[in-house]
Design a protein around this ligand. Structure first.
Ligand code: SF4
Length: 321
């Protein structure tokens, strides 16, 4: 069921996920913004506004405040004190940062930077109530990189374990989400959220708006004049994703944009996406069991041991089920 409308306020609105946005400015038209808000009200959708790194004209700010919403802003925004979700587009922005206790923070980082800056990332976990880590070049992971990622995730897992033993309860998507989840909690773009872009059209997610012309057209799902038309809408739903519907890496983003880029099929994930998610899943299992040795911790949760990192390797077994 559709629940969220993401509105990109400008072409240069920050990315909050795997894709990169543009640097050129082009604000959404004021009338399109008003229409987008009206659409969300009629459809009973919660709006998430995605901000660029500059201040907005007063009439835009007034209009935004006419509806319930959340604000996603880059850490460089002059309006940062109003942010609900803060995006760090570079690890350097984390150096010496004052702890933000209330906002959720997202660190967008390349694999090389994550590998070289893992101590900084580890130390940053305790500075936020929630730190999401999003890798911006998943498609470039080699087998050696996957091993290195396992080492990074293990370092972060040990930090989570240490903080919990001190009575803190930090959250990070790559470890603690799977500990608390009992079913899939993926991005669900095209199913429970859609995006309104500055061109007045709807897209499955922001990433497709910034894609090549072919994908931009293929994943444009209507506009403010003609309304929403999601082609092959079922394909965005979990039951229509044969590998994912049998998977228990519940924290995985299950990114349909990465699927499209790497396998050309929005329902089929790449090995890289699956192995990263399973490395996180397995570390969540280890952390859960380690904390349980000291205290009662998610007593109902059960993350079974598994012998694979890529669900594709066991697809035959599922086929027989
Ligand atoms: S790990 Fe792979 S199979 Fe599992 S939900 Fe993620 S993309 Fe789908």
């Amino acid at each position: 069921m559709l629940q969220y409308l993401i509105i990109l306020l400008d072409d240069s609105s920050t990315s909050y996920c795997h894709y990169n946005s543009q640097s050129a400015n082009q604000l959404i038209g004021l009338s399109d913004l008003a229409e987008g808000i009206k659409f969300a009200m009629k459809e009973n959708l919660m709006i998430q506004f995605v901000y660029p790194d500059f201040d907005l004209p007063t009439e835009y700010k007034k209009l935004i405040e006419t509806i319930d919403h959340s604000k996603i802003m880059p850490s460089t925004s002059p309006l940062i004190d109003c942010a609900d979700i803060i995006i760090f587009n570079n690890w350097k922005e984390l150096v010496g940062i004052t702890p933000y206790s209330k906002a959720t923070c997202v660190l967008r980082i390349t694999k090389e930077d994550l590998f070289t800056q893992k101590e900084l990332v580890k130390q940053s976990i305790s500075k936020f109530s929630r730190l999401n880590i999003v890798i911006t070049d998943i498609e470039s992971f080699s087998e050696a990189d996957l091993l290195e990622y396992k080492s990074v995730i293990s370092t972060l897992g040990e930090e989570i374990e240490r903080l919990y033993s001190w009575g803190q309860s930090p959250q990070t998507n790559v470890i603690t989400d799977r500990i608390s989840l009992t079913r899939m909690n993926n991005c669900n773009a095209g199913y429970n959220n859609i995006t309104l872009a500055p061109d007045g059209s709807f897209y499955v997610c922001p990433a497709f708006y910034y894609s090549c012309e072919e994908d931009k057209a293929a994943f444009c799902i209507g506009n403010l004049q003609t309304g929403l038309k999601i082609k092959a809408a079922n394909l965005y739903k979990l039951p229509y994703a044969p590998l994912c519907r049998n998977c228990d890496a519940y924290q995985c983003k299950r990114c349909v944009w990465i699927n499209r880029r790497m396998t050309y099929d929005i329902t089929t994930p790449s090995r890289e996406q699956c192995v990263l998610a399973h490395i996180e899943r397995n570390e969540s299992r280890r952390v859960l069991e380690a904390i349980r040795k000291e205290k009662t911790f998610y007593p109902e949760q059960d993350i079974p041991e598994i012998g694979y990192l890529d669900p594709y390797e066991v697809r035959v077994d599922w086929h027989k089920m």
